[in-house]
Structures are given as C-alpha cells and as structure tokens.
Ligand binder design. Structure first.
Ligand code: FBP
Length: 259
C-alpha cells in the first residue's frame, strides 16, 4: 500500500483538513468553552464544516465518534502535568482503531527529547501494525525538550519533516516555519510523505491564519491539521468554510479573506 492509497480517505482530490480535538488530554479543558467542552459539538462541527478527518483520543472516540468523518485515532498522549523532558507513550492500539472503524492512526514524537528513542521505537511498532491493517499513519513530529532551542526554526522543522519520511510515516504534522521558502524545503525533505501544517494557538486574526494556510499550500503541503483556530472561533462553521475554500478548492487568498 502506498502512502497515497493509505491517506486517500483523508485527501479527496489530494488535499485535506483534519480537525484536531485531543487537547482535553494534552492541555486539560482549559482550551474549551461551554460549546467546545462537549465532544458531540466538535464531532458535529467536523462533519458540518466539511473536514476530511477528525482526530480523537480513544475515550472520546468510543463515546462520540459517529462515523460521519474519517477518524484518526491518536494512539499516544500525555498530560501537561509532569514537566521535564517530554515523552508520550502508547495508550491505545491499532486494534482499537480497527474496532472503531478509523481510517488512520496518529502518534506524537517529541524529536530531540531525551526520551526520543522510546517514541521512535514505539512508532515503528505501530506503523508496522497499521500497515497490516491498511490504516494511514500520521506522525505529529514536534521537536521539543532542552536540546531544542527553537521549534519553528527552518532547520528544525525540515528535520522533523524528513524524520517522518525516514520513519515511514504516510504523513507528518509539523509547525509552520514562518515563510514559504523554508516550508517548501521542509516539504521537499519529506519526499513522498505528505505534510500537514499544525494549527497552534488561536491566531490574533483570521487573516493572519488564512495567510499562513495559503503559504503552506503554495509550499506544497496537502493541508492543515487544526484544532483551536477552528473550535475556539466565534463562528467555527464560517471559518471552516474559508478553510475549505483555500485547502480543498485552492482559492486565492483574496477570495476567502473576510470583508
Ligand atoms: P492545534 O491546531 O489546536 O494546535 O492542535 C494541534 C495539536 O497538535 C493537537 O493535536 C494537540 O493536542 C496540540 O496541538 C498539542 O499542542 P502542544 O503544542 O501544546 O503540545
């Protein structure tokens, strides 16, 4: 199975937008408000907003996933409480993903952490099992830890992208470097491994975020894997429509900017 075949459910016409909603474990409910604290609301938003995938942890997926949007089941995770060098261990399995009718699995690797070897090895096992099950493997590759001074420095982001290829990920989710040329290099370094941009905290303005999305598409990325910038928005469905216009319909920025 090629990575394009594995990713097909998430990339109709070669582009995709994934709605990430694993923050309840990673950050606690601090990111949420009255609406977004309810997983049913966000799962519904994934469908109404035309997202090509939704990213959930096991417990939320078991209780709320209704099959309306292709599922990426996160197989590892951590809370923000321990501190120290980051490590995220496996807490769900490829069998869980198959049982939940997921189309892909997600796994976070903190490249540069002293615990990096644990995550690299675990990822390799998961990748093997996911391949056998015919599921896409998406690696969140976040350089982090005392050895990483700047996690969005171009050479660090392109290292993360390349690591995705070397590890056999079908796609990587990486942070924006801040300019098209350096992001294009990161996409180039990833080779056949597809690149999604990770959203990050809510941008100050819609224009700032949409401009960033246009940039990464122009640099060759296949789309975005975004959470807070959508479900923290005052009008999540309206913002999702602008994202769709950019990512799925490849509209120029001017056509999708708010007037
Ligand atoms: P956002 O678009 O909200 O940044 O979500 C992307 C994501 O990777 C989530 O899947 C994950 O929970 C979170 O960011 C991790 O954030 P952090 O960078 O604080 O570890």
């Amino acid at each position: 199975m090629t990575n394009a075949e594995a990713l097909a459910p998430f990339l109709p016409e070669g582009r995709g937008m994934l709605l990430a909603y694993d923050h309840g474990l990673e950050h606690g409910p601090t990111d949420f408000d009255e609406r977004s604290v309810d997983p049913a609301h966000v799962v519904d938003l994934a469908s109404k907003g035309g997202f090509t995938g939704v990213v959930l942890q096991l417990g939320v997926a078991e209780a709320f996933y209704g099959g309306r949007t292709p599922l990426v089941l996160k197989l590892n995770g951590k809370t923000r409480l321990p501190g120290g060098e980051p490590v995220s261990r496996q807490i769900a399995t490829v069998d869980d993903a198959v049982r939940l009718d997921a189309s892909g699995v997600g796994y976070t690797i903190y490249l540069g952490s002293v615990h990096e070897p644990v995550m690299l090895r675990e990822f390799a096992g998961i990748r093997r099992a996911a391949r056998e099950a015919g599921l896409a493997v998406i690696a969140w590759i976040y350089p982090r830890g005392a050895a990483v001074l700047d996690d969005t420095a171009p050479e660090i982001v392109s290292y993360a992208a390349r690591a995705g290829l070397e590890l056999g990920a079908d796609a990587v989710k990486i942070k924006y470097t801040g300019d098209i040329a350096s992001f294009r290099w990161a996409v180039r370094a990833a080779g056949p491994t597809k690149v999604f941009m990770s959203g990050g905290p809510k941008a100050k303005t819609d224009v700032a975020f949409l401009r960033q999305v246009r940039d990464i598409l122009d640099a060759g990325a296949v789309g975005v894997a975004v959470g807070r910038n959508v479900w923290q928005h005052d009008d999540p469905e309206g913002f999702a429509a602008r994202l769709r216009a950019l990512v799925l319909h490849d509209k120029p920025l001017e056509e999708v900017l708010p007037r």
